[in-house]
Ligand binder design. Structure first.
Ligand code: UD1
Ligand code: MG
Length: 455
């Protein structure tokens, strides 16, 4: 089989983004644009991927790691100049090289494979991936001759009025005969309105050498969109969301309103789960089957077991085991582990804590830095007092403990299993098993006192 290689262009600063973050690291559906590109390129079976880095090189390398080789483009002199930097990795190799930009996050492996196949079938030396754009502004235009053969690509800034009317645009993605690509790049000049070495000029040079150049026209206009500014970023995010949501619905997930459901690309969801409007699922969130995620919930890197109900709550870096439930208006902060069939009610905050199965934390409670056993009942308004202003301390509560309402548990503290804590107690000492702890002032009834007070 013909070898496939890929060059990913990611050295530009992306000045039109007006951002401190390098363009290709801007996320679309929770993943940097260049991450989407590399993922799809990997799926084409490319045996060697070279990413061209320049601006923000270290940040891009940190993110992509060893999934790709790197070549540094010290000065951003244009896309043609960028590809030349890959020469040391690819020169003299037989095969086909895909060149793709780091700012086209919507291109799918399927389209890239179609491009490879078309290129090979046509015996072409260069094939451009093109699309028909309603509004071609900003893109390079594909100029064809009277016989409809591709002649060249003209950039927006260099195009004359007739050329500007052309709606077939260059997506910035190409297949090239690898050896010929590097031979030709050295002939590319920079006499154009931007003074840059344009990769698309390779097309005209090859054409003039009577090599076969062709264009594979994509059916979807949107997939080839390049993100150069924040307006395009929002549009790409919208399209990516629609793609992700469609995939989940096809897998058996009910989205009540897909238009207002925000799911990052790496999230997984089991079948028969129902997701209400204005839900955001981010990062590496995993949701099981038969769950309910109610309106306005946000889950970031959550692991949610089967049959869990989340009602209008926030969950971050935490686990909820099967058949547990939370909300409305509750908050799992990082490192919380909620056991099977646990009930977390409303206005509850949990941080860095484990809660054993069938325990209940129903209302208005803070559980911070604690390890709770099974079958515990935490009364309304209980506070795990974990912080003395300088340090944090943990509390341990054994199985079958009943904590009355409005208790303060001052850490560090161990409450052994089978214990009662009386409502309103401020507990400062460990409680042994089988005990009932009560720590509050005794009540005194001052009889006949009512009439002594002004009213
Ligand atoms: C480019 C194409 C244009 C095409 C459009 C598709 C050129 C000259 N133009 O224009 O025909 O319609 O993409 O989206 O190629 N980069 C480098 N080094 C550089 C310059 C750019 O690595 O010196 C990288 C950028 O990081 C980016 C990609 O190349 O990922 C494309 O550069 P960009 O400036 O976005 O080109 P466009 O103006 O969009
Ligand atoms: Mg671009």
């Amino acid at each position: 089989m013909t070898q496939r290689y890929a060059v990913v262009l990611a050295a530009g600063q992306g000045s039109r983004m007006k951002s401190k973050l390098y363009k290709v690291l801007h996320p679309v559906a929770g993943k940097p644009m260049v991450g989407h590109v590399i993922e799809q390129v990997e799926a084409t079976g490319a045996s060697k991927i070279v990413t061209i880095v320049g601006f923000g090189a270290e940040k891009v390398k940190d993110y992509l790691g060893d999934r790709t080789n790197y070549a540094v483009q010290e000065e951003q002199l244009g896309t043609g100049h960028a590809v030349i930097q890959a020469e040391t990795h690819l020169k003299n190799k037989d095969g086909i090289t895909l060149v793709i930009c780091g700012d086209t996050p919507l291109l799918s492996a399927e389209t890239l494979n179609n491009l490879f196949d078309y290129h090979q079938k046509k015996g072409a030396k260069a094939t451009i991936l093109t699309a028909h754009a309603q509004d071609p502004t900003g893109y390079g235009r594909v100029i064809r001759n009277e016989e409809n053969y591709v002649e060249k690509i003209v950039e927006q800034k260099d195009a004359n009025d007739t050329e500007k009317l052309v709606q077939e645009v260059n997506t910035g993605t190409y297949c090239f005969d690898n050896k010929l690509l590097f031979e030709t790049l050295s002939q590319v000049g920079n006499e154009n309105s931007q003074g840059e070495y344009y990769l698309p000029d390779v097309i005209e040079i090859l054409k003039n050498q009577n090599e076969i150049v062709d264009a594979y026209i994509m059916t979807s206009e949107n997939e080839g969109m390049g993100v150069n500014d924040r307006v395009a970023l929002a549009e790409a995010s919208r399209l990516m969301r629609r793609r992700i949501n469609t995939m989940h619905m096809q897998n058996g997930v009910t989205l009540i309103d897909p238009m207002t459901t925000y799911i990052d690309s790496d999230v997984t969801i089991g079948s028969d789960t129902i997701i209400e409007p204005n839900v955001t699922l981010k990062g590496k969130t995993i949701i099981g089957e038969d769950c309910f995620v109610g309106a306005h919930s946000e889950i970031v890197n959550g692991t949610i077991g089967d049959g869990v109900r989340v009602t209008n709550s926030s969950i971050k870096d935490s686990v909820m085991e099967k058949d547990s439930n939370i909300g409305p208006y509750s908050h799992l902060r990082p490192n919380s582990h909620i056991g099977e069939s646990v009930h977390i009610g409303n206005f509850v905050e949990i941080k860095n804590a484990t809660i054993g199965k069938t325990s209940k934390v129903g209302h208005l409670t803070y559980v911070g830095d604690a390890d709770l056993g099974e079958n515990i009942n935490i009364g309304c308004g209980t506070i795990f007092v974990n912080y003395d202003g300088k340090n944090k301390f943990r509390t341990t509560v054994g199985n079958n403990v009943f904590i009355g309402c409005n208790a303060n548990l001052i850490a560090p503290l161990t409450i052994e299993e089978n214990v009662y804590i009386a409502a309103g107690s401020t507990i400062t000492k460990d409680v042994p098993t089988q005990a009932m702890a009560i720590a509050r002032a005794r009540q005194e009834n001052k009889l006949e006192y009512y009439n002594k007070l002004p009213h």
